[in-house]
Design a protein around this ligand. Structure first.
Ligand SMILES: Cc1cc2nc3c(=O)[nH]c(=O)nc-3n(C[C@H](O)[C@H](O)[C@H](O)COP(=O)(O)O)c2cc1C
Length: 480
């Protein structure tokens, strides 16, 4: 693995050296930044660095579109640039499978301590948080955010990316879906009648952001994983209010406490979501009362707002979904999985697994397990497609070919109800939503050649490698 950028600003300067950063001066936090970000993402353009934002001092910046292209993603995560998308998934999976924890290293000082607001001086409105989409219910400072919590029973530290809205100078709310690790942890504090200590960073090393968005198994700290992946511990300072570890090179970090929703909740949303809708509307969500803010000189907020599919502003290569799934299937001892890839909105919804069928029911077994494993988040893993080993699961056109020609819809599509989706799912009808029933059916599509007669299945009409080589040798000028 090549060295990963050690913080957000080093990553941005690496992109700058490649001519891939456009500085935008004078944009308004109120919708203009969001619209520019969206239109540039639609063109798959460069990263954007907003400065001199209307009403804010120069130097208080926002970086967007920094991870929406595969080349940017590879630089951020230290992945060799020559690898194909499927090879990247395999490479990352192989690294993960060697995981041994590298815990963070506590340091006394770090750039995050350059400026501190505390007590009455706390004012999160000093930062140029955008209203990203026209239908948003407020200003979202947390889109490229990591939210850090500690499990009160087991003591380990989690971080995850959950959107963060500003309510006033000292109050934020964070939306974490049912089943997410922070959701489970905060509920444990509340069950004991305690407030949940929370740290949120609004700009940090891209590797930390990357692991924050990946579903690690319960009990594995993202800090330990990031340390392992970069080959050295993540440096942290210890928050004075919460005792939580805070990345020493983050851009902006808040420390605060989240009281039980019965004590305080605030209306959160709507928010333009990654599914392409404002589906979860406006409802009360838990708040965080800010006690202290740390920030670097000339801080950079990482803006990672969703835009309507098929445009994707995060992770074109689905490391966040395909890798954990592939690892889990392997851990269960399922043989002969050749590749796992995830397509569709957010690279979360349409799972494709290619396998060499070894026994009757192999493909069905894999699909059923994948449907059960891949959960959390709206529509995640709603469609599970299994294909034979000759299909590249990252090549959507090939996958479609297999679905269209190897799947008998009468016998090889199963619809299984009752899996967890989330309030962001646009297909939850109003009545079901009011019962807080956030479940969905999953569709298992077996697009492998039917096992019983796979050896009699019509042969594929593609020129053989041997014939291709022969004509290439004879007509070399045609294929240069
Ligand atoms: C850009 C981005 C934004 C996200 N926003 C949210 C969110 O607002 N709420 C949520 O529950 N999950 C959100 N997710 C998904 C979680 O970050 C992801 O499921 C992660 O694994 C959660 O961490 P956990 O497994 O430690 O709970 C987002 C993912 C990305 C890539």
């Amino acid at each position: 693995m090549t060295k990963v950028p050690e913080d957000l600003r080093q990553f941005i300067s690496l992109l700058q050296k490649r001519g891939e950063v456009r500085v935008v001066k004078g944009a308004d936090w109120d919708l203009e930044i969001g619209a520019i970000n969206e239109m540039m993402a639609e063109r798959r353009g460069p990263a954007l660095l907003f400065d001199q934002i209307k009403g804010y001092p120069p130097g208080f910046r926002i970086a967007t579109n920094i991870l929406h292209r595969a080349d940017f993603q590879k630089i951020a995560f230290g992945i060799p640039e020559e690898l194909s998308n499927l090879e990247v998934v395999r490479y990352w999976k192989e690294r993960w499978s060697q995981f041994s924890p590298v815990p963070p290293k506590v340091v006394d000082k770090g750039p995050i301590m350059e400026n501190v607001m505390e007590g009455e001086g706390v004012d999160v409105l000093q930062f140029p948080a955008p209203k990203w989409h026209e239908g948003d219910g407020g200003r979202y400072i947390g889109t490229g955010v990591i939210t850090i919590t500690r499990d009160p029973e087991e003591g380990w530290v989690n971080f995850g990316t959950y959107r963060v809205m500003i309510h006033d100078s000292k109050t934020l709310s964070f939306y974490a879906s049912p089943g997410k690790h922070a959701t489970i942890m905060r509920e444990k504090y509340w069950a004991r009648g305690q407030e949940c200590p929370v740290v949120m960073c609004f700009g940090q090393q891209p590797l930390l952001f990357g692991v924050s968005t990946m579903a690690l198994p319960w009990g594995i700290s993202e800090y330990d994983m990031a340390g392992y992946l970069q080959g050295e511990p993540v440096e942290v300072i210890i928050g004075k209010e919460t005792g939580l570890p805070i990345p020493a090179k983050a851009e902006i970090a808040i420390e605060g406490f989240s009281p039980p929703p019965s004590v305080q909740g605030r209306p959160e949303g709507p928010f333009g979501e990654w599914t392409g809708y404002y589906a979860s509307g406006r409802r009360d969500e838990p708040v965080v009362r800010i006690k202290r803010i740390y920030f670097r000189d000339d801080p950079i907020i990482h803006g990672q707002p969703p835009v309507k599919p098929p445009v994707n502003t995060w992770f074109p290569i689905p490391l966040h979904t395909a890798v954990p799934l592939w690892m889990e299937l392997e851990k269960l001892g399922i043989p002969d999985i050749q590749g796992v890839y995830v397509h569709g909105p957010g690279n979360r919804v349409v799972v494709v697994i290619s396998l060499r069928q070894r026994y009757l029911g192999h493909a069905k077994q894999v699909a059923a397990l994948a449907g059960a494993i891949l959960q959390g988040g709206a529509c995640t893993g709603r469609y599970i497609i299994t294909v034979d080993e000759d299909i590249d699961p990252s090549d959507w056109e090939e996958v479609l070919w297999a679905v269209c020609t190897r799947c008998d819809p009468e016998h090889y599509i199963d619809i299984v109800p009752g899996f967890l989706t989330s309030p962001l799912d646009p297909m939850i009808p109003p009545e079901k939503r009011s019962r807080r029933d956030f479940t969905t059916a999953k569709v298992l599509i077996n697009a492998c050649r039917p096992y019983h007669w796979k050896d009699q299945f019509p042969p594929v009409n593609r020129a053989s490698e041997e014939l291709r080589e022969r004509v290439k040798a004879k007509f070399p000028e045609l294929f240069q």
